[in-house]
Design a protein around this ligand. Structure first.
Ligand code: ADP
Ligand code: MG
Length: 435
C-alpha cells in the first residue's frame, strides 16, 4: 500500500524530480481520512507542498481510489528506508488474504453501503454484531470480509481474528469430532474477537453444524464479539436453516451487495491488474468491464488470463487480440457482432490488425488471414457472400474466388487446416456452438 503510493508518485514525475525532491520522502501513515508524509528537510517540505501537491493527491487517488487529504510533516530523525517499512500481513492462523483490503476495494454504486457498514463495524468491533452481507456471485463479498479482518488486524494485532468459510468450519468440526478434539474446536471459535464466516448458505440442511454455529453465535454475542457473515442470499431465503439461527442473523445489520455499475467496474479492473502485478491496456480493461458478465470473478478471470498470455507471449496485447482470447467470457456473446469476433480471432491467430485484414496489405499473414477467414465465414458461420464481402471490405466476386482458392489449398495443406482449427477453437466458445 505505502509502497504503491510511492510508486504512483514516482510514475507521475520524471526521474530527476524523483531523485531530487522525493529521496527523503516517507509515508508515516495512511488512513481513510488522511495521509501523512514525512520529509527530513524543511525546504523540501515547502517545495513539495507548493509544487507537487497535485501530483501527490493524484498518486494517492490512483492507489486508494478516491481523494484523501494529506499533510507533510517535517522530522529530523532518519526514516527507515522504503524496503524496511514492514508490510502488515496477518498471521496464517487467521486465514486472511492480505491482498484483499479496503485500500484496493473500489467503492461505487452497488457496494457503497456495505463498504460503509464494514468500515463502521471495523472501528467499533462488537457494537453492531452481527453484520450479515448478502449478494450474488462475484460482487465482492469475500473481498470485504478479508478487508474487515485485515484492517482490524492492522489496528490491533493482538485481536483474535478468524476468517473461515462455513464449509471449512464444518470440515474442521467433523475432523475434531473424529479425533476427539471437539472441545478444542469449540474453544477456538468461541474464543475469537472477530469471526468472519463466508458462504453460510453452504450450511443449508446441515443441521448438526448449524447447531454448533448457533452455540458459537450465542457465546460470541454474550461476550460482545464481532461477527460478520456472508451469504449468496438473504437470511430469509436460507432454506433448511434453523429459524433461531436465521433470526439471529437478522438481529444485527443485514445489507445487500450488488454488482457495481460499469464505471466502478472499470476502476475495479484497474485495481485487479495492480493487485495481480500485471499491466493491460486501458482499452482492454474498459472493454472487459463493459462486456464481461456481471460477476467480478469473471472479470478477474479474464484479466489474469490476459496477463498470463501477455507474459507467455512476451508482447503487449491489443484489444482485438484480447477479445480473441477471452471472447468466451463476454456477456451475451451471441449477440456480439459476429464480424467483430471473427476479425478479432483472425487478428490473434495471424498476428495482423483488423484494419490490415480489411485493407490492401500483401503481407503473407494478412493474405492468409483473409483466405482462412473467408473460408471459415462461409463454411462454419454460414454467412452469405455479401455478408463476408462486407466484413472483409472486398467485392462479392473477390470473396467467391478467394474462397474457391482457399478450399483447394486447405484440402491439400495440413498447415492451413491447422489454422482453420485454430480459428475454430477460438470462435466456437464465443458463438456458443460446438462444431
Ligand atoms: P464474492 O465473494 O461476492 O463472490 P469476491 O469478493 O470473491 O466476490 O470478488 C471477486 C473478485 O473481484 C475478487 O478478486 C475481488 O478482489 C474483486 N473485487 C470485488 N469487488 C471489488 C472492488 N470493489 N474493488 C476491487 N476488487 C474487487
Ligand atoms: Mg465469496
Amino acid at each position: 500500500m505505502n509502497n504503491q503510493i510511492l510508486e504512483a508518485i514516482k510514475s507521475r514525475v520524471d526521474q530527476r524530480v524523483w531523485k531530487k525532491w522525493f529521496s527523503s520522502f516517507y509515508i508515516k501513515s495512511v488512513s481513510d481520512s488522511e495521509a501523512v508524509f514525512i520529509v527530513s528537510n524543511l525546504f523540501i517540505k515547502d517545495w513539495l507542498e507548493k509544487k507537487y501537491r497535485r501530483v501527490i493527491e493524484h498518486a494517492i487517488k490512483d492507489v486508494v481510489g478516491r481523494k484523501i487529504p494529506f499533510r507533510i510533516e517535517y522530522s529530523e530523525v532518519d526514516q527507515p528506508t522504503k524496503e524496511e517499512i514492514p508490510k502488515i500481513s496477518p498471521p496464517e492462523s487467521t486465514n486472511l488474504n492480505p491482498s484483499m483490503t479496503f485500500w484496493n476495494f473500489v467503492v461505487g454504486n452497488g457496494n457503497e453501503q456495505v463498504y460503509k457498514f464494514a468500515k463502521k463495524i471495523t472501528k467499533e468491533l462488537g457494537r453492531f454484531s452481527p453484520l450479515f452481507i448478502h449478494g450474488g456471485v462475484g460482487v465482492g463479498k469475500t473481498h470485504i470480509l478479508h478487508a474487515i479482518g485485515n484492517e482490524a488486524y492492522s489496528k490491533n494485532p493482538n485481536l483474535k481474528i478468524v476468517y473461515v468459510t462455513s464449509e471449512r468450519f464444518m470440515n474442521e468440526m467433523i475432523n475434531a469430532l473424529r479425533e476427539n478434539r471437539i472441545q478444542e474446536f469449540k474453544n477456538k471459535y468461541r474464543g475469537v474477537d472477530l469471526l468472519l464466516m463466508d458462504d453460510v448458505q453452504f450450511l443449508m440442511g446441515k443441521n448438526g453444524v448449524q447447531f454448533e454455529l448457533f452455540n458459537t453465535f450465542n457465546e460470541l454475542m454474550d461476550k460482545k464479539k464481532q461477527m460478520v457473515f456472508c451469504s449468496d442470499r438473504s437470511p430469509d431465503k436460507l432454506q433448511d436453516f434453523q429459524d433461531r439461527l436465521v433470526s439471529r442473523f437478522k438481529m444485527g445489520i443485514v445489507a445487500e451487495m450488488e454488482v457495481p455499475d460499469i464505471e466502478t467496474r472499470k476502476k475495479i479492473a484497474r485495481e485487479i491488474v495492480k493487485t495481480e502485478g500485471g499491466k493491460l491496456k486501458d482499452e482492454i480493461l474498459d472493454f472487459l468491464a463493459e462486456n464481461v458478465d456481471g460477476s467480478l470473478r469473471e472479470l478477474r478471470g479474464a484479466i489474469i488470463k490476459l496477463i498470463a498470455y501477455q507474459e507467455i507471449e512476451n508482447k503487449e496485447l491489443d484489444l482485438y487480440e484480447a477479445i480473441g482470447i477471452v471472447g468466451n467470457l463476454l456477456r451475451d456473446s451471441n449477440r456480439m457482432d459476429l464480424s467483430e469476433k471473427l476479425l478479432a480471432t483472425l487478428s490473434l491467430v495471424f498476428d495482423v490488425s483488423p484494419s490490415e485484414i480489411k485493407g490492401r496489405s500483401k503481407r503473407i499473414s494478412a493474405v492468409l488471414s483473409r483466405q482462412i477467414g473467408m473460408y471459415f465465414a462461409k463454411n462454419y458461420l454460414k454467412l452469405s457472400t455479401t455478408a463476408i464481402a462486407e466484413i472483409f471490405n472486398r467485392s462479392p466476386s473477390v470473396v467467391s474466388s478467394t474462397i474457391k482458392k482457399a478450399t483447394e489449398k486447405i484440402g491439400k495443406n495440413p498447415l492451413l487446416e491447422g489454422y482453420v482449427r485454430k480459428v475454430l477453437s477460438h470462435m466456437s466458445p464465443a458463438i456458443g456452438k460446438d462444431f
